[in-house]
Structure formats: structure tokens, C-alpha cells
Design a protein around this ligand. Sequence first.
Ligand code: ADP
Ligand code: ASP
Ligand code: MG
Length: 471
Amino acid sequence: MIVMKFGGTSVKDTDSLTNVAEIVAQHIDNKPLVVLSAGAGVTDTLINIARKAAATDIQSALENVATLRERHFATAKTLLKGEYLNTVLQAFTKQFEELDMLIKGVSILQELTPRVLDHFMSFGEQWSCLLLEQKLLQYGNKAGWIDSREVLITDNDFKNATPLFDVIENRVRQYIFPLIQKSTIVVTQGFIGATQDGITTTIGRGGSDYSAAIIGSLLEAREIQIWTDVSGVLTANPGMVPDARPVREMTFNEAAELAYFGATVLHPSTILPAISKKIPVRVLNSNRPDDEGTLITANDVHGKRTVQPNGDDVIKSIAHRTGITVIRIQSTRMLMAHGFLAKVFEIFARHKKSVDVIATSEVGISLTVDDQLNIDRIANELDDIADVSVLPEKAVISIVGEHLKKVLGIAGRAFTALGNAGVNVELISHGGSEINLTFVISEDQVKDALPALHSEFFSKTTKSEGREIST
Ligand code: ADP
Ligand code: ASP
Ligand code: MG
């Protein structure tokens, strides 16, 4: 069997849902299980509605719901007919009534807890599933929607719940496996789960990829397919680098690193369940289903052959993430002293703050964090042991490829290209990992840095010299 996950743009309207139904039907022999996101923009709208309700802006919240209602009813009416349409309209009517009631409840309480927000967010995926399930049935397929809240059981850390794999494994066996065996196309929501008591949870924004990978790994799928609006993982974010192109193959490590450092095409947790069962992940374009896409596997092509001397085929992609804050900690007490770093990291740990990029010198440490939460408190505590500066509006750029370190000259080429483009590099981390060269620049220079790096490593016809070193 295979898992096919379709993201928001792939299920956004009648044409895209029809297209998805056709793609799924073409894979019928592979026994597909389909994981769906909410239509593009729907989750964001639901969050806005919830916030407006809590701020007693009930009029505006209800208007937004009306827009969502019109959109979904209109899609149903052009996508479906007869009994299939009626089934969906009946379900939609009930769900939208529930949403109206929720808005009123939240506006009375004037409080939006994470638990209630998860409930708001859970509608979008249900709407997509209902529409596709009925479309598949109307086409004459055997199909059934399994509510992910029966299967994807999580803890109660609302908005960012952790899946409980042991429980999920049993539920998958109980609810999903029998249907797959009977060749029924199972449709289920990504992103949405429930606690063991049945309270709705979500597993983090963009989490449908993760849902697909969890279910795929527990079903020991032959392949997990992530269908989106680009033809695979590209050599850079296409929004910043228009001539970015698909990478044919990459390793789990490379994909995980890229996702972590900002390539939104994959949720950073997606790869983990796939790694544990060595299940290939394929990223495909639902608008161009015949494109090859990107195949992500445990196989490392360079494990079998030597890397090219110029290292160009070693680099797979360049990721970037904005909204980063650098914290610079300087103290002469660090010089020749032991325990200083431990004290620094103890403060971060106590505030549950994860640190991403680190560089140290004799008398200082610079590190990055990816949001502003608790930064003031951390800085205050650090102030007792060192001079601290907090520098917001930074970006992390990461050049990713297995065996990057085996090729001489890559860092030189990267920093020369950046220098020529007038980009100032503020912090460098290289060597912590075999597979990335990571550095920090100012956020407003990303637009210059990415095209310069992409052109250096992916577009140049004359390549500068680099020598392979043996390790
Ligand atoms: P979906 O809704 O299908 O989950 P996402 O918006 O989460 O889609 O991810 C797809 C988007 O990721 C692309 O449209 C693209 O703009 C962005 N993206 C950023 N970096 C990359 C990259 N390296 N390769 C491909 N897409 C990328
Ligand atoms: N709909 C959810 C979101 O927008 C999950 C997803 O699309 O993966 O975050
Ligand atoms: Mg996504």
C-alpha cells in the first residue's frame, strides 16, 4: 500500500479536488490511503475567526464563517451530485452550525484556550475529507473516511500535541488495516488528532505531512507520497529563487536538515517515522502529476561513489529561515574557566528554549533562537554572568548536502559569492554536522544572498576549483 498526502493548494476548489480524485484513482492498484489538508487558507481563516470571537468581534467572525460556508457549499455543488452531494451538504450544515455556536461561546467567555483553538482548526480537514470521500464514491470507487481523531491519538499538549505511537499502532490496526485489506480507499485528515479521552488536538502547523508519515510507517507503506504545488524539493525556495529546480534524489538526513532549516515543502518531523521503517518519501506536484518529483530514501549515492572534485553534485539545496534572533554572550570569565557554557545552557533549558546555531570563541558565544518567547527573561538571567546583546530580525541560511565536508572550497565559494553580493555574514557554524554549512545574516539581505548562492552552486557554467579530500 502507499500513503498519498495532498496539501492545501491541492484540495482548494472543485478543479483541484477533481484532479486529486483522478490521481488517487490512477493509483488504485497500490492500495492508497489518502491524507488531506484543509483547503488553502482555511486553517488561517479558522484561527482568525477564533481570535475575533475571543475579542468579541463576533460580527466579523460570523462574516468570515459565512465566506467559508459559501466557499465549501459552492465547491460541493460543483463537485458532486445526487446522494453524494446531499451527504456532504447535510454534514456541512451541522458542522457550520457547530462553528457558529463555538463563536458565540468563545465570545461570551472572551477567552481562547489552546484546546478550543484546536477545535476551531479541526473543521478544515474534515471538509476536505468529506468532499473527496464522496467524489471517490461518485466515481464508483470503494472509499471511506476514517476520522483521524479515532486513530491519531496524542497527548494533551494542545496546538502542538505529541502523537502516542503505541496507541496509534493499535488504532491503525483496528480501524484502517481492515479497510485497506478490503481495497477500500481510506481518506483521513492530516494535522488533526485527539487525546485518549477524545478531545480534539492538532500536531503543529503544516502537520499533515507528519500525519501521513506516522500512518505510513505504522502500515509499513511501500511509499509515502507528499503531493504539493511544486515538482519536488527544489534547490532553493522558489519564492526567492525563481530558477530553483527539483532535486531528483536526496537522503533522509538531507531532507530532515532542509525541512528543519526552513524548506516548508516538508514538515520537519515528517522524515522521522519514515526513517525508522526506511520507507521512501516522494514529493510530487499535483498540478503536474507526471513530473518525476523528489525521491527521499536512506540511500546515499555518494556512499557508493566518490564525490565530484568540484563538489557541485554534493550540494542538494539551500534552505533559509527568517525571524531568527541572535543572542551574543560575552564574558572574560569564560576564558580558561570551566562550567561557563553549562551555566548558559542551563538558563536556556530552564526556559524550554531550544538553541539552533552556535558559535563560540575564547570569550564569547553567539547563538540563535527562532522566536522571541521568553527572550527578555533569558537575557536578564544571562546578564548576571555576562554582557548580553539581543539581535532580532536575522535569518539562518543552510547549504545542505551529505559529505559537504569532504569537498574543499565550498565555504570559500559561498562566502565569496555572498561578499560579491554585498551580504555580511554575522555568524558561521560549520563542522557540527557533516551535511550542512550554516550561517546567519540580516533578514533584509536574504533576497540578495539566496540568488547569489544559488547561482554559485547551481547555475554556473564555469565552476571554480575545489579539491576532494579523503576522510
Ligand atoms: P502544502 O500546502 O502542499 O503542504 P506547503 O506550502 O506547505 O504546501 O509547501 C510547498 C511550498 O513550499 C512551495 O509552494 C514552496 O513555495 C515552498 N518551498 C520552500 N522551500 C522549498 C524548497 N526548497 N523546495 C520546494 N518548495 C519549497
Ligand atoms: N491545515 C494545517 C495547516 O494549515 C495542516 C497542514 O496543512 O499540513 O497548518
Ligand atoms: Mg505543508
